[in-house]
Write a protein that binds this ligand. Structure first.
Ligand SMILES: *Cc1c(COP(=O)(O)O)cnc(C)c1O
Length: 469
């Protein structure tokens, strides 16, 4: 086939741009984006010609289709990239999927504060400049029993600020078993180095004794740091220094004890059948000087790093210039305040904070949800097999790493279609559905699926199983 003849059939950019449909498109989408897409679509065909994919007939077909491709792809380019997905994995605090959800009720508060002017840094009593931290300090103090509190952008920033304020150019003693990496980007030794503190690691990976800390303390020691090994446990022949002992050592040598407890648990969840996870209140009661934790893990609020503890240290942190660089915005403050308010009544917290609500969802409720979704999916899909099965959900976010919470899931398998093909399609659905695949079976864990999304899931499967696509 003479390629020159094929090339001569390639549409020109200007011709496409003067087409009525494309002109209409430019009314709604920036011209640059449309032109770029036009060029890309022509280029695709040009490449096809070079690769000998075309005869005159099928070239004509693709040239006719070019307008619809341009419209579709230009629209995709202006779609928002960050969007809602359905989490069917059962991992409640899923760092890749946005960690904790903010309830509609709390969104109302954020909306009111953020779409209007607010007293973010204005003292309404005095009629003058105020502090953005004042709005939440009292409630954090009330809930945790701390002397003072402040909030920064995330827990990594909190740890950095604490160390930079208390231990810059001085030594911080940490157990070797706690030099962990959390979530791929938070490495205790790296954060410490960034803060300007010098790491002194003591003990071994599996065992650290009281005497290890005592021997390491010297002139240059500014603090003892304890890190909750959130996403990791050493089991078997182990020894860690109890918090009480660490506090006693700190007192004896007059060095502050800092604890990064990671997931900020404010309610003892073992009452609800979950694994025991140390609470912020207990750490403070044990006498820890400074405790830091995340806002969007088990606390169930917005991204944030909360620092609680002795006023003399927190006052110094508030004056540290680093604080300005990691300060929270009004979205965080309004969401956090509204979330914390729910903790004033434990029942409210469990019911209205989505993370806590999902974690403590009863098996009965999960079973009920599973039956309902099963019914909706079964009636519509003949080429897949469905079964309600017992499974385990995970808390996630580095909290309770060994905890497996019994749950109900819908298991999907098929002789006709590979489930990973379905998984792929569900991910490209307009509301992407993220599922779990294990040994050629797909699982939809009801714990993290909101009933409001059942219809969307049915539509997602309809899309995924469409034969002609
Ligand atoms: C999750 C975690 C962090 C990091 O917290 P972010 O809020 O994600 O910055 C730090 N330390 C511990 C122990 C954690 O579990």
């Amino acid at each position: 086939m003479d390629k020159r003849k094929l090339f001569s059939k390639l549409p020109k950019v200007d011709d496409i741009l003067s087409n009525k449909k494309i002109k209409d498109l430019i009314e709604n989408i920036p011209r640059d984006i449309v032109v770029e897409t036009v060029r890309e679509e022509i280029e695709k065909i040009r490449k096809g010609i070079l690769e000998n994919k075309y005869t005159l007939d099928n070239l004509d077909e693709d040239v006719k289709k070019i307008y619809n491709s341009i419209i579709k792809r230009s629209n995709i380019k202006i779609n928002l990239k960050l969007k809602k997905v359905i989490n069917a994995t059962g991992t409640v605090i899923h760092t890749n999927l946005g960690r904790s959800l903010i309830s509609e009720e709390i969104m109302e508060n954020i909306k009111e504060v953020s779409s209007n002017y607010s007293n973010l840094e204005y003292d309404l009593d005095k009629g003058m400049r105020g502090s953005r931290y004042s709005h939440i300090e009292d409630i954090i103090k009330r809930i945790t029993g701390a002397e003072a509190a402040m909030v920064v952008n995330n827990n990594a920033a909190a740890v950095m600020l604490v160390l930079s304020t208390i231990a810059k150019e001085k030594e911080v003693v940490v157990s070797r078993g706690e030099l962990v990496e959390i979530g791929g980007s938070f490495r205790v030794p790296d954060v410490m180095e960034q803060s300007g503190a010098k790491l002194v690691d003591v003990g071994t990976t599996n065992k650290t004794h009281n005497s290890d800390y005592e021997t390491a303390i010297g002139e240059e020691t500014a603090a003892l740091l304890k890190v909750h090994t959130s996403n990791y446990r050493i089991v078997g022949f182990t020894k860690t220094v109890e918090l009480d002992d660490l506090v006693n050592i700190g007192r004896k040598y007059d060095v502050p004890v800092i604890e990064d407890i990671g997931s900020g648990v404010l309610i003892d969840l073992s009452k609800y059948g979950l694994q025991y996870e140390p609470t912020v209140q207990e750490s403070l009661k044990a006498g820890v000087d400074i405790v830091t934790f995340s806002g969007d893990k088990l606390l169930g609020g917005p991204q944030g790093g909360i620092i609680v503890g002795k006023k003399k240290y927190i006052d110094k942190m508030k004056r540290n210039p680093l604080t300005r660089a990691i300060r929270v915005d009004k979205f965080t403050i309004s969401a956090l305040e509204a979330t914390l308010k729910l903790y004033l009544n434990e029942k409210d917290a469990l019911k209205k904070i989505p993370t806590l609500n999902m974690i403590t969802q009863s098996l009965n409720k999960l079973d009920e949800k599973a039956s309902k979704l099963y019914g909706m999916l079964e009636s519509k899909n003949e080429n897949i097999n469905l079964e309600i099965v017992d499974q385990y959900s995970q808390v996630g976010g580095g909290a309770m790493p060994l905890e497996e919470i019994p749950t109900k899931a819908i298991m999907i398998y098929s002789d006709e279609i590979n489930v990973s093909v379905i998984e792929n399609k569900l991910r490209e659905f307009k509301i992407p559905i993220i599922t779990r695949i294990y040994k050629d079976r797909m699982y939809l864990d009801l714990r993290t699926i909101n009933e409001k999304d059942f219809n969307n899931i049915v539509d997602g499967f309809k899309y995924a199983l469409k034969q002609d696509k």
